[in-house]
Design a protein around this ligand. Structure first.
Ligand SMILES: *Cc1c(COP(=O)(O)O)cnc(C)c1O
Length: 386
């Protein structure tokens, strides 16, 4: 089966990992800060905190932004469940904003409408988590302007989007947000096996992230509440977790990050080859924007269902029998049984629901061969024309 995404591991990756395995520190050593420093440079951020997954990063970011029980978080329904779950971890309430039918990202006009209504009913969100779906940046300047008017904070779930940029600012620079979260799971753009990272330009948020990553414990003498002269002394200030990334993972990340630009370029090459050669009207691909560069984590398209019911499922099944690992990103989160139990229902976010039924992800990763790409195109074109 040709997978929809997969890691690329080269000898240099193996060498750095083995070197770190043989070093004095498997965790809490020098590789994690080195990786953090490198990511800061690449995405143009002040601070970075590496963690053991994007899920942990999203949770820690919500806490660091001061999210409290009963407060409200909004996000898009077209995402992985972790984006919404992190709000629930904090005892907060979650709500969604429907998507735009052509970018598949959160709809800015629906967001504005919903904010207007929420302002009148005193149900404004404390935090909005935007997702750069498939690597395509959300229009962050517009989201930022709304955040000033309505007083919410912004987290970017950039699990798909390291290497992307919006109006010349790299995603992760937090030019329009309080924090940005990356994932380094093997299907994502670069990998640390499991792993994630949060960037921010706010020193206070950074200090909180550091605390939440490691049990809420500090060893920084300048921050102690009680005085002690002893070397061993430490203090717990928050209820934190063990969300640490290991040095072995960070070593892999450092090595992978060297190839970020190469990966993004290759992903664009494959994507434009698809767009040129697939027999599909242009408006059924994810629309791209002149003012941003996608990281192209996923190659997604819509199989219009108005003409034929379940045509997407038919194509999905057919391509799978041809050993092409097509996938669906995403089934709208609010329709997951867990979220339906919280009161969400069919009809709540019609664009996201319709998209869920039409979405198809074709394989896209840097090591996809030209031979495989042409095979995928050939099979796809033969099945859509039926
Ligand atoms: C992969 C992903 C996550 C979770 O990442 P982990 O590192 O596996 O925890 C969160 N949000 C989105 C949009 C993702 O794609």
């Amino acid at each position: 089966m040709i997978p929809y995404g997969r890691q690329d591991i080269v000898q240099a990756d193996v060498d750095t990992v083995v070197e770190t395995l043989r070093s004095d520190f498997l965790t809490q050593g020098p590789m994690v800060p080195k990786f953090e420093e490198m990511v800061c440079k690449v995405v143009d951020a002040e601070h970075a905190v590496a963690v053991n997954s994007a899920t942990s990063g999203l949770h820690a970011a919500c806490l660091a932004l001061g999210l409290k029980r009963k407060e409200i978080v909004w996000t898009t329904p077209n995402t992985f469940v972790a984006t919404a779950n992190c709000a629930l971890f904090c005892g907060a309430q979650i709500d969604f904003v429907d998507i735009d039918a052509s970018t598949f990202n959160i709809s800015i006009s629906k967001l504005e409408e919903k904010l207007k209504t929420a302002a009148q009913t005193a149900t404004l969100p404390k935090i909005l988590i935007v997702v750069h779906f498939a690597g395509l940046p959300v229009e962050m300047d517009k989201v930022y302007d709304l955040s000033i008017v309505y007083g919410f904070k912004i987290i970017e779930d950039a699990s798909h989007a390291i290497g992307a940029n919006f109006k010349g600012s790299p995603i992760g620079s937090c030019k329009y947000s309080h924090a940005t979260v990356f994932s380094f799971h093997p299907v994502k753009i670069i990998t640390t096996m499991e792993g994630g990272l949060v960037t921010t330009n706010d020193a206070e948020i950074y200090n909180k992230l550091i605390l939440y990553r490691s049990h809420g414990v500090t060893r920084d003498k300048n921050k102690f509440m009680d005085v002690s002269q002893q070397e061993w002394y430490y203090e717990q200030h928050e209820l934190g977790f063990n969300y640490r990334m290991t040095d072995v993972q960070a070593a892999l990340g450092i090595s992978q990050l060297e190839r970020l630009e190469e990966y993004i370029n290759r992903r664009h090459e494959v994507a434009s080859h698809y767009v040129k050669n697939l027999n599909l009207p242009l408006e059924q691909f994810q629309s791209q924007s002149m003012q941003s560069l996608s990281a192209y984590h996923l190659f997604v398209l819509r199989i219009r269902s108005d003409t034929r019911e379940n045509f997407r499922n038919f194509i999905y099944d057919f391509m799978r029998t041809k050993n092409i690992g097509v996938n669906v990103h995403y089934r709208a989160v609010h329709l997951q049984p867990y979220y339906k139990n919280l009161g969400f229902a069919h009809g709540d976010f019609p664009q996201a629901e319709r998209y869920s039924e039409e979405a198809l992800t074709l394989p896209l990763h840097p090591k996809l061969s030209l031979y495989d790409i042409d095979y995928i195109i050939e099979v796809f074109n033969s099945v859509v024309s039926r």
